[in-house]
Design a protein around this ligand. Structure first.
Ligand code: HEM
Length: 149
């Protein structure tokens, strides 16, 4: 299995990065949709239904599959011989940040259910602030995998 993963390494990394880009696009865009949803749309209106549809499609059709693919190809890279040296710092900062990113994804999914139930209690300001979370985590992750401190 080690030999197979080592041979497939460039392709695994290619697939990992493509999945990451798709996942991140959703992680940046969904909180922006929530900002406009909470600030500009009245509950029960036609626009409310349209926002709920866009949010559901973005989460189910793009973000969930992209997150799963990112994890699968990322874990395959972890198992590839000679790629991760756990005595260094970067695998730990990366691991902590991807767990944070996954938590953020789950938080967004829970907030979508609040909108569906007509029970959103968060303000546009909260969603604007939470929008910075994936940016900060992305900076730590990319520094970890590129600089490899
Ligand atoms: C979800 C769990 C994840 C796991 C288990 C994982 C694991 C890995 C591993 C082991 C590598 C190979 C490093 C190397 O070749 O030296 C890698 C590469 C990479 N990862 Fe992840 N990763 C995950 C999520 C992410 C996320 C969320 C991002 C971006 C926000 C990301 C960005 C990258 C990039 C840009 C590379 C290529 C670095 C290079 O050029 O070598 N990864 N990942």
């Amino acid at each position: 299995m080690g030999d197979f993963l080592a041979g497939a390494y460039p392709w695994l990394k290619f697939l990992h990065v493509i999945s990451v880009i798709s996942w991140m696009a959703g992680l940046f865009y969904l909180p922006r949709l929530y900002v406009y949803h909470v600030e500009k749309v009245s509950k029960g209106s036609e626009t409310d239904a349209l926002f709920q549809l866009m949010e559901r499609r973005l989460l189910r059709a793009i973000m969930n599959p992209a997150m799963i693919a990112t994890w699968l190809f990322g874990l395959a890279l972890v198992l590839t011989p000679g790629i991760v040296d756990w005595s260094m710092i970067w695998p730990w900062t990366k691991a902590a940040s991807v767990l944070g990113m996954t938590w953020f994804h789950m938080w967004l999914a829970a907030r979508r259910k609040d909108f569906v139930a007509g029970m959103n209690a968060k303000t546009g300001r909260t969603y604007r602030m939470m929008n910075e979370v994936p940016t900060l985590l992305m900076i730590v992750i990319v520094a970890s995998v590129i600089v490899k401190f």
